[in-house]
Ligand binder design. Structure first.
Ligand SMILES: [Zn+2]
Length: 234
């Protein structure tokens, strides 16, 4: 997801899905966790821009995620170690480590990473430009502190919550630390606010229709399905 056309949150499809304008403008990428569906577009995005970069692509990630990227992706076997490479203007990629619970700045945005409950270390984010606040869970199963942070904020304009699998695959969702519509509804029961639009994200494409229909049948306020390729104004 790209916020304000300049900061990307995760990079699963970034290289393939961003617009030409975004390709020119995005130099900051904030990563929730190192699973491939969240980083697959990252090596390609940097590779594509390599010769024309006049500033490095900044990867904002936890130390754990940075280590995984260096060990498994940018390891000279799968892809070049861009963190060691320069073009004629200087370095092409740099890591900017963050720590869960410690807010940091990215361009005009303040980002608070909050640990969530996934198979690997993973963070959700609360992002604000000072006017609008967006909270996103990233990949997670049942979680706690994320809701404490979200409930304590002054305003939240949009909440993005994952819902990867349909209820019929609750066992698979459990072992892979994802949510189903029923589990998502239980999580939303921890949300003590009514001011934010809620969007389900990260629906597995093969089960999308089933998940959408199960979300529609939930007995609670409206839950939108975040549409790929659509521009949202919050
Ligand atoms: Zn994941």
């Amino acid at each position: 997801m790209v916020l304000d056309d300049v900061v990307s949150f995760d990079a699963g499809t970034l290289a393939m899905a961003c617009t030409d304008e975004q390709r020119v403008a995005i130099r900051d990428i904030v990563i929730t966790h190192a699973h491939l569906d969240h980083i697959a577009g990252l090596p390609l995005f940097i590779d594509d821009l390599f010769p024309i970069l006049i500033e490095p692509i900044r990867i904002h990630a936890s130390e754990n995620v940075i280590s995984l990227l260096e060990e498994h992706i940018f390891n000279w076997s799968i892809y070049p170690r861009f963190s060691e490479l320069r073009n004629e203007n200087g370095p092409v990629m740099e890591y900017v480590p963050f720590q869960a619970g410690q807010e940091f700045a990215v361009r005009h945005l303040r980002v608070l990473p909050v640990e969530v409950n996934h198979k690997v270390p993973s963070c959700g984010f609360v992002v604000s430009d000072g006017r609008t606040t967006v909270a996103m869970t990233g990949d997670t199963a049942e979680t706690g502190s994320f809701w404490n942070y979200v409930n304590g904020l002054e305003t939240v304009d949009a909440l993005l919550i994952e819902c990867a699998f349909p209820d019929g695959l609750a066992e698979l969702a459990g072992i892979s630390y994802h949510l189903t519509p029923s589990a998502m509804s239980r999580e939303l029961g921890k949300l003590q606010r009514t001011d934010c639009e809620i969007f389900a994200v990260n629906l597995k494409p093969s089960y999308r229709d089933e998940i959408v229909s199960q979300i529609g049948a939930l007995e609670r306020g409206r839950i939108n399905i975040l549409e790929v390729g659509r521009v949202y104004e919050w």
